[in-house]
Ligand binder design. Structure first.
Ligand code: SF4
Length: 220
């Protein structure tokens, strides 16, 4: 078994955060009206993509009715539609849509993960929950031996990646680099790039446009 497969196997059975376990399972039981007849995943969501990735894209956590429903990160919601459409335009994905684990989506040269692997209430993991989950991201970064660029989708991911790199022995520059859309910093062998999160709030208000996301992914 590869290290990435071993990480995935550990992620999907993790129950280390009681609050998040209760929430992800409650959401999976109660569902939302438009998905009432579907069976939700309701478990932690592993990373996804190409083991030879040169680009790692990191979000906050699975969405309650997106990744927590489908079992694949950024899959089955509008944020995922926005992200994978951009990855497809940039040559990182074989198709522009991401609706289910068996939809045929393949990533080329890219891997997608999140700081927290369980959907959190209000999209807000606590600092303890973040720290408990970060070792999975650390191990993925170490296992992706061709990795060169890491894209942080939002400030929470930016902070989580800095912590993960620090834990891997790649000291964070001081003062700590601040998140911003297009912010860039070099840490160890990696280039970290900030990007606004493709949340519905950001994309509907055009705080993040398809062109802006494409530009970040092309730079990465
Ligand atoms: S958030 Fe991470 S550490 Fe916490 S239960 Fe989920 S997978 Fe485990």
């Amino acid at each position: 078994m590869t290290e990435l497969a071993a990480i995935d196997a550990e992620v999907v059975v993790c129950r280390a955060c009681p609050r998040l376990v209760a929430w992800r399972e409650e959401v999976a039981r109660e569902k939302v009206a438009r998905f009432a007849d579907l069976t939700y995943w309701g478990r932690p969501v592993p990373g996804f993509g190409d083991p030879a990735a040169r680009v790692l894209i990191v979000g906050l956590a699975p969405a309650a009715h997106g990744g927590n429903r489908t079992g694949r990160i950024f899959t089955g919601d509008r944020s995922g539609d926005f992200l994978y459409a951009s990855m497809h335009r940039c040559g990182l994905a074989n198709q522009p849509t991401s609706v289910a684990r068996d939809d045929g989506l393949e990533l080329h040269g890219a891997y997608v993960a999140a700081v927290n692997r369980c959907a959190p209430p209000g999209n807000k993991p606590t600092p303890d929950e973040r720290d408990r989950c970060l070792p999975f991201l650390e191990r993925e970064i170490a296992a992706l031996t061709d990795l060169r660029s890491i894209v942080a989708l939002g400030a929470f991911a930016w902070d989580g990646i800095l912590r993960a790199l620090d834990a891997l022995g790649h000291a964070t520059p001081r003062p700590k680099p601040r998140f911003g859309h297009g912010a860039e910093t070099a840490i160890g062998p990696y280039r970290l790039i900030g990007c606004f999160h493709p949340s519905q709030q950001n994309t509907f208000t055009r705080k993040l446009t398809p062109e802006m996301l494409d530009a970040v992914l092309r730079a990465a």
